[in-house]
Design a binder for this molecule. Structure first.
Ligand SMILES: *[C@@H]1O[C@H](CO)[C@@H](O)[C@H](O)[C@H]1NC(C)=O
Ligand SMILES: *[C@@H]1O[C@H](CO)[C@@H](O)[C@H](O)[C@H]1NC(C)=O
Ligand SMILES: *[C@@H]1O[C@H](CO)[C@@H](O)[C@H](O)[C@H]1NC(C)=O
Ligand SMILES: *[C@@H]1O[C@H](CO)[C@@H](O)[C@H](O)[C@H]1NC(C)=O
Ligand SMILES: *[C@@H]1O[C@H](CO)[C@@H](O)[C@H](O)[C@H]1NC(C)=O
Ligand SMILES: *[C@@H]1O[C@H](CO)[C@@H](O)[C@H](O)[C@H]1NC(C)=O
Ligand SMILES: *[C@@H]1O[C@H](CO)[C@@H](O)[C@H](O)[C@H]1NC(C)=O
Ligand SMILES: *[C@@H]1O[C@H](CO)[C@@H](O)[C@H](O)[C@H]1NC(C)=O
Ligand SMILES: *[C@H]1O[C@H](CO)[C@@H](O)[C@H](O)[C@H]1NC(C)=O
Length: 845
């Protein structure tokens, strides 16, 4: 899920408009063309035929043969014979390969040498201050359906681009970057390509590195990478001399990649290492407060690699040397360079973010840290992802970035056995060459439907939205319960293949029903896909009129015994209906009551991006095996305050999740209503010895019922029986210091209300808006309210858990008062209050 971003795919034509540079026509170029024509006449037999090219362009390709007179021709290279496409000229001179395409648009030179993983570089000298020159690699040499990567420098602006041709369209892979001009306009361009990881250097300065958000914060992803192809050079409207054009394949003897980077500390504790992936540049390593210095050691693919460890100030360290680290984020670059006997070199750069925690006692005792709602220790969290119950453990992955604001998304990971107490594990999924790791789901493939598992117990499969130049679904699998993930080098569905062609194609949620796997995906409009093997997916149906982020679709046996399918629209709205085959296609059919309207899932502001746990196969219509459906939301929203909260609150974490809710359906009249009830487990947090209970108590305007109750974390279960002229009845919570948060029923206007307009610190004017939902009295004239108060939030459940509201609040720590209030005539009430235990290990009482 991603907020507020406008996607643009910038496409431009490689064919520059003819004539624009006519005034630059130079006599030498015309000479060259004349010579080329002569050469062509006798070298035609050696020409590499590019059939489609010849058909499309007016120029016949020409091959250059090595000359007998070495002193006239000195182009040092190993890319071999070249063939040319375009109107410019290419000529080997005593200084190198001189190409003139001034006023002639794009001129290509293609080698026949083909490779997958390599370093490829050239020197080049611009002869004029216009146009650009590039390295081409992994090209299919097909001018009608171009597929290749291009690393380019524009001499008039000194801006560099790195892009690819994909199905004949240009896809920018970085934002343009300006480099410092050299005096003689001479540059060295170099790319290091290993599978999906591609690094582009100019004069040994790193310009691009796929997946490296330290270099490039914004996502610029791609579909599966191009794995091989031929080398080439490109001249756009300039005159340029190429020299020393070499590639060298990366193999066992020449490989700069690392097998692992280990971080240790002789003064503090280093947490479990995030599994290392040789072809991904970023890793986060948490260390404790005492680890004021750390050491880095590398494990090389090739022993001869030279390692430089560079801190943010550019200071260089050796392996095993003590490196001081500040509290919080420390990006340390590990550069590995391999140099061959013939002096060819290739470098890759890994970024190790050593994140040093503060003193232990600071955590989980922060002023606005909820005490029994899960939140991450430090950094930013949003949507829950990949909720799965597997081998007796609940896994909660979530959208994460190591900052206090949203950024390039990772999947962080926490595990629980009781849905109350959680332990955080190393970050599970990092951004990569496909883009940032947006929201998605996980299933347990216990029958090896995917064919991906070596163990007969199967394993976990994650469906991840990857964002960058559009959105797509990528698959990863884990054989060790979600700690180590192997990403499949295959995009299973891309937005471009989608029937609706909407670039918003994210948040896949997968389930199993009627012996088939299904996936809902949205972003955008809702789509339904199906699969037998979790890898190859077929569209079933799509819903241009149902827009949602984070869709979820699950069956529930309603109180009338029928199995109905709930469609959750990001945890904000829902529909109830059926999942059936219509004209051979699986289709979601909302009930009449839900055709044009939705049920409201939460009338508060702070509950979003709901996801339910994948627990097991749902079985079949004839033989359903429905588990309890448990749902979790992110306790926040994308109103204006999400991004500023942590800063305003002066804390180092921002990301809390709502209570875990069990979902049921009850039928009222013709309408199925969704019930969202806090799971029973929360009862284990009750401090029953401190329980307070009143039955059939009369509540008047000036009651002092709760005068001696103080608390910041507690649960209230109340039933009110209002009189004829009762106007309002409910609770004031977190009272003190002119602060209070009201939760009440407005009898006159028939609505339930959360009023946080005086709750404490206001993050924005949105806090002044009083949230409410229309609600009638229960059939017996009563009002039921189940309220959870925590250090920084309130959640209320009413009318048999069919109406719920959640809001964050930021009261003073000592605003601990509570009272029950009534306006108008007195009410009868049953009230039980349980103080609750916190869930954190090291919290102060
Ligand atoms: C090669 O070129 C050089 C410089 O133009 C010239 O002096 C020499 O005679 C040429 N040699 C041959 C074999 O043509
Ligand atoms: C050819 O060019 C290379 C690179 O510029 C240079 O090192 C070499 O000396 C040149 N050789 C001749 C014979 O000019
Ligand atoms: C180089 O940059 C200039 C300025 O943005 C632009 O007008 C020109 O088209 C670029 N040239 C090429 C060949 O991309
Ligand atoms: C490059 O080599 C691969 C593997 O041999 C081959 O599949 C591909 O067609 C080649 N590409 C070109 C453009 O020759
Ligand atoms: C840091 O070191 C001190 C002194 O040895 C020790 O008391 C403390 O527990 C350590 N803190 C952590 C977080 O390990
Ligand atoms: C899972 O399926 C794949 C592909 O069919 C197979 O190679 C593998 O052996 C299977 N694993 C097990 C444990 O059966
Ligand atoms: C409220 O208390 C009375 C008296 O104990 C009891 O009869 C009634 O059932 C209670 N109502 C609820 C909803 O628990
Ligand atoms: C509740 O209290 C009233 C007196 O205030 C009494 O008349 C009534 O019987 C009580 N109801 C129950 C269910 O105990
Ligand atoms: C993070 O910021 C949002 C936006 O106000 C807020 O709702 C949320 O509660 C904050 N998180 C924490 C843990 O305070």
């Amino acid at each position: 899920m991603k907020y507020n971003i406008i996607y643009k795919i910038l496409c431009f034509s490689l064919i520059a408009s003819a004539g624009a540079l006519d005034r630059l026509r130079d006599p030498e170029m015309e000479m060259n063309n004349a010579r080329d024509i002569i050469k062509r006449n006798y070298q035609v037999s050696k020409t590499i035929t590019i059939t489609k090219t010849v058909a499309k362009t007016k120029t016949t390709p020409i091959a250059v043969s090595s000359s007998k007179n070495k002193s006239l021709k000195n182009y040092s290279n190993n890319i071999g014979k070249l063939s040319y496409v375009g109107k410019g000229s290419w000529k080997i001179t005593k200084d190198g390969l001189l190409s003139n395409s001034i006023g002639k648009g794009d001129s290509y030179a293609f080698s026949i040498k083909n490779a997958s993983n390599f370093v490829y570089s050239t020197d080049l000298t611009f002869k004029i201050h216009e146009g650009s020159a590039s390295l081409i690699f992994r090209s299919n040499r097909d001018m009608n359906n171009k597929e290749c990567y291009i690393a380019e420098i524009n001499v008039s602006t000194h801006k560099c681009k790195f892009y690819r041709w994909q199905k004949n369209e240009v896809l920018q892979l970085i934002d343009e970057k300006e480099i410092e001009a050299t005096k003689n306009e001479k540059y060295n361009l170099k790319v290091v390509a290993y599978d999906s990881w591609i690094l582009f250097y100019i004069n040994e300065i790193l310009i691009a590195s796929t997946g490296d958000y330290v270099l490039q914060y914004d996502d610029k992803g791609q579909n599966t990478f191009i794995g091989d192809g031929v080398f080439g050079l490109l001249n756009k409207n300039t005159k340029v001399l190429f020299q020393n054009t070499y590639f060298k394949e990366i193999n066992n003897n020449f490989n700069p990649l690392l097998k692992d980077i280990k971080i240790t500390s002789s003064v503090g504790t280093v947490e479990d290492q995030s599994p290392f992936v040789s072809t991904e540049p970023i890793r986060i390593q948490y260390v404790d407060y005492n680890a004021s210095t750390i050491k880095i050691n590398t494990f090389k693919m090739n022993d001869n690699a030279i390692i430089e460890i560079i801190d943010k100030d550019g200071k260089i360290y050796k392996e095993g040397e003590d490196i001081p680290v500040e509290l919080g984020i420390n990006y340390i670059s590990v550069k590995s360079t391999i140099i061959s006997d013939d002096k060819k070199s290739a470098s890759v750069i890994y970024r190790m973010n050593v994140h040093r925690f503060k003193e232990d006692n600071i955590y989980y005792n922060e002023q606005y840290r909820d005490q029994y709602h899960f939140s991450l220790k430090e950094g930013w969290a949003n949507d829950p992802n990949g909720l799965v119950y597997y081998n007796g453990k609940y896994h909660l992955f979530f959208q994460f970035y190591d900052d206090l604001q949203w950024g390039p998304m990772h999947w962080a990971h926490a595990i629980s056995t009781d849905l109350l107490h959680w332990k955080e594990f190393p970050i599970a999924l990092y951004p990569d060459a496909n883009g940032a790791m947006f929201s998605g789901s996980i299933v347990a493939d216990i029958h090896n439907d995917s064919g991906l598992f070596k163990s007969d117990k199967g394993g976990l499969i994650a469906f991840i939205s990857v964002d960058g130049n559009g959105q797509r679904v990528k698959l990863a699998y884990s054989e060790d319960e979600g700690i180590t993930w192997t990403k499949l080098d295959k995009i299973i569905v891309d937005w471009t293949e989608d029937e609706l062609k909407s670039i918003d194609f994210r948040d896949p949620k997968v389930f199993h029903w009627e012996n088939k796997w299904f996936m809902v995906v949205a972003g955008g409009p809702l789509r339904l896909y199906s699969s037998d093997n979790l890898i190859d997916w077929e569209p079933e149906s799509n819903y241009p009129d149902i827009d949602t982020e984070c869709p979820d679709l699950y069956p529930i046996k309603a109180d009338d015994g029928k199995i109905k399918w709930v469609l959750s629209r990001g945890g904000r709205y829902y529909k109830v209906g059926d999942l059936r085959k219509v004209n051979g296609k699986w289709t979601y059919l909302p009930d009449d009551e839900y055709k044009t309207k939705d049920g409201l899932m939460n009338f508060g502001k702070d509950s979003y991006a709901a996801m339910t746990y994948y627990i097991q196969d749902f079985g079949t219509e004839a033989n359903p095996t429905l588990p309890d459906i448990i749902e979790l939301n992110w306790m926040n929203c994308w109103d204006d305050y999400a991004k500023i909260a942590a800063k305003k609150l002066e804390q180092d974490f921002n990301g809390t999740f709502n209570l875990n809710l069990k979902l049921d359906l009850k039928k009222e009249g013709d309408t199925y209503l969704l019930m969202q009830s806090p799971i029973k487990k929360y009862e284990e947090l009750r401090i029953t010895s401190e329980m307070k209970q009143w039955d059939n108590v009369t509540i008047t305007k000036n009651n002092d019922l709760l005068n001696d109750f103080k608390g910041e974390k507690y649960e209230i279960i109340a039933t009110f029986y209002p009189s004829k002229s009762t106007e309002k009845v409910g609770f004031r919570t977190r009272v003190g210091n002119d602060e209070e948060t009201l939760i009440y029923y407005d009898v006159i206007n028939e609505k339930i209300v959360i009023d946080r307009s005086k709750s404490g610190k206001m993050l924005s004017d949105i806090f002044k808006i009083v949230d409410s939902q229309a609600m009638k009295l229960n059939a017996d004239g009563s009002i039921d309210m189940h309220i959870f108060v925590d250090r920084a939030s309130v959640e209320v459940f009413a009318q048999d858990n069919t109406i719920i509201g959640a809001n964050v609040i930021y009261p003073s720590l000592n605003s601990l008062g509570t009272s029950v209030f009534v306006e108008g005539e007195e009410v009868k009430a049953n009230i039980t209050i349980y103080p609750l235990k916190g869930i954190w290990e090291n919290q102060e009482k």
